[in-house]
Ligand binder design. Structure first.
Ligand SMILES: [Zn+2]
Length: 264
């Protein structure tokens, strides 16, 4: 499922912060508490935030709060902090909340249960860094990309031309190797797209990274993670092809049709 971008777009119009999924039980939603702890004093405008002009006349104030999971069996608490701006309009003054830190952070993408801990830990870190530093978040996602290539047994090293020493393959070269395997050709395209975005983020190129660019990488990796770690899940493309051919729902035929990604 693609990232619900509206839920994770900073600059919340109210104290509701959207309904973030609970990072522990994955069933409940994190609810905003009744009380917010505002600093009461003004702070310097934080760097890295391009605030709309009508939010900059008054200095922002900082806040901290504890969110709580609404699942009665969980009730997990999550600290969150950031700053609040004052939105100048003609007749009223509204507020907008910007999150700078939340940990453990809500999951931006859903991982297949079979995802190895070494990979899911990196994604959990990327979820936290998303709020703190987008470039650092992107670096974590690049590590995930390399881990996926490791998992798919794409060699990291190659012999130098003289054959005397080993040299490390670039990520691009490894993705090219993956693309040569017909079964993984589509995955290679997704990973290559993620790599291009990651490059722009880490090299600070002219096109500075937008939040949507980061969401794009999460989307691309989510698709790859499902393909790699949950190959038995029905492929939407295959499902559509079969239904379109039959021109009717699968119904009871479902049990006799191979829908898995790994089936021929
Ligand atoms: Zn929970």
């Amino acid at each position: 499922m693609p990232v619900d971008r509206g839920q994770f777009e900073n600059g919340y119009r109210s104290a509701s912060l959207g309904v973030w999924p609970c990072p522990r039980c994955k069933k409940g939603g994190l609810k905003v508490p009744n009380r917010w702890f505002l600093s009461g004093s003004n702070m310097d405008c934080p760097t890295g935030f391009a605030l709309p002009i009508n939010e900059t006349r008054l200095a922002p104030t900082s806040f901290v709060a504890l969110l709580q999971c609404d699942n009665d069996l969980c009730r997990f608490s999550v600290p969150v902090s950031g700053f609040q701006t004052h939105v100048d309009t003609e007749n009223t003054v509204a507020f907008r909340l910007y999150v700078q830190y939340v940990s453990p952070a809500p999951a931006i993408i859903k991982l297949p249960p079979q995802t190895p801990a070494i990979v899911s830990d990196q994604i959990a870190n990327a979820n936290v860094l998303f709020w703190v530093d987008k470039a650092a978040c992107m670096n974590r996602l690049r590590i995930v990309l390399e881990m996926l290539l490791d998992h798919l047994r794409i060699p990291k090293w190659q012999q130098s031309r003289t054959g005397k020493r080993r040299t490390r393959r670039t990520t691009h070269a490894r993705i090219d190797l993956l693309a040569k395997k017909p079964r993984y050709a589509m995955l290679a395209k997704l990973l290559l797209a993620a790599k291009w975005i990651g490059n722009a983020g880490s090299h600070n190129e002219e096109t500075s990274l937008t939040v949507d660019d980061v969401f794009d990488v999460f989307d691309l990796l989510e698709k790859v993670l499902i393909e790699v770690f949950d190959p038995s899940a029905p492929s939407p493309e295959k499902l559509a092809a079969i239904i379109n051919k039959k021109k009717r729902p699968l119904g009871r035929d479902r049990t006799t049709i191979q829908l898995s990604r790994t089936s021929p």
